[in-house]
Design a protein around this ligand. Structure first.
Ligand code: ADP
Length: 229
């Protein structure tokens, strides 16, 4: 599903953000990406969503060579690979339903599809009672659920979560990770960058740890040993 071969990223200022990364992630895996601030997690994510290009190496995701995507294929690619963020990034003046529907509208999906998929996805994330609510009246955990619904309503092959529990209390964070695990069980490959030690230890999923741009640990059912470098 995802294959990085000998990937390095040097920014224009000469900083090596990633060095010789070799990483294979199978379809429907759940992977935690851990490491201290500056370790290279965001850079790796930006390469996966093709916001940046690597300096050297090859990246294959969901059948695409990410380095050689034409403009048209980049659109298709971004439908297969969805993202959620720490700060939710919802549209405050649109209801929950409209926020989620937007992801289908920009992909030119039919009204029938929208009317079917949006309620289905809101039910999946447990937000049916909030369908007509505006995001800012919701709790942080509920807002992240809206963001997750928006990210998965197009049924992506890969969901990338960048510190999705960074603004949430421990109980709410656990609920969000449980939801990501459920989405993973339904067939989506999930990559979650996190500092949240409790979450990683509790979930017992694959852990890939970066230190200064290098993979120093790749464990099938790992724990968080952060700070060990
Ligand atoms: P993390 O997400 O783990 O905090 P980053 O990928 O953001 O790590 O950063 C890795 C290294 O690359 C850091 O030294 C950071 O300062 C540097 N870096 C990140 N983005 C840029 C950029 N756009 N230009 C120059 N250096 C960058």
């Amino acid at each position: 599903m995802i294959l990085l071969q000998d990937v390095s990223k040097v920014y224009a200022n000469g900083i090596y953000a990633l060095r010789d990364i070799n990483l294979e992630i199978a379809r429907q895996e759940f992977v935690f990406l851990v490491g201290v601030s500056g370790a290279g997690k965001s850079t790796l994510i930006r390469l996966l969503i093709r916001e940046e290009l690597p300096s050297t190496g090859d990246i294959m995701v969901a059948g695409h060579n990410v380095l050689r995507l034409s403009k048209r294929h980049l659109h298709l690619y971004r439908r297969k690979v969805s993202m959620i963020f720490q700060d939710f990034r919802l549209l405050p003046n649109k209801t929950v339903t409209e926020n989620v529907a937007m992801a289908l509208r920009v992909a030119n999906r039919s009204r029938n599809d929208i009317e079917k998929l949006v309620p289905e996805t809101l039910a999946l994330v447990g937000l049916t009672p909030f369908a007509d609510t505006f995001p800012l009246t919701l709790s942080g955990g509920e807002q992240q659920r809206v963001a997750i619904a928006r990210a998965v309503v197009r049924k992506p092959e890969v969901l990338i979560a960048d510190e999705p529990t960074g603004n949430l209390d421990p109980v709410t964070s656990a609920e969000i990770v449980d939801l990501l695990v459920r989405i993973n069980d339904l067939g989506t490959t999930v990559i979650m960058a996190t500092h949240d030690k409790e979450m990683v230890n509790r979930a017992r999923r694959r852990v890939v740890e970066l230190v200064r741009g290098k993979i120093v640990r790749d464990e099938a059912r790992g724990t968080y040993q952060y700070g060990r470098s």
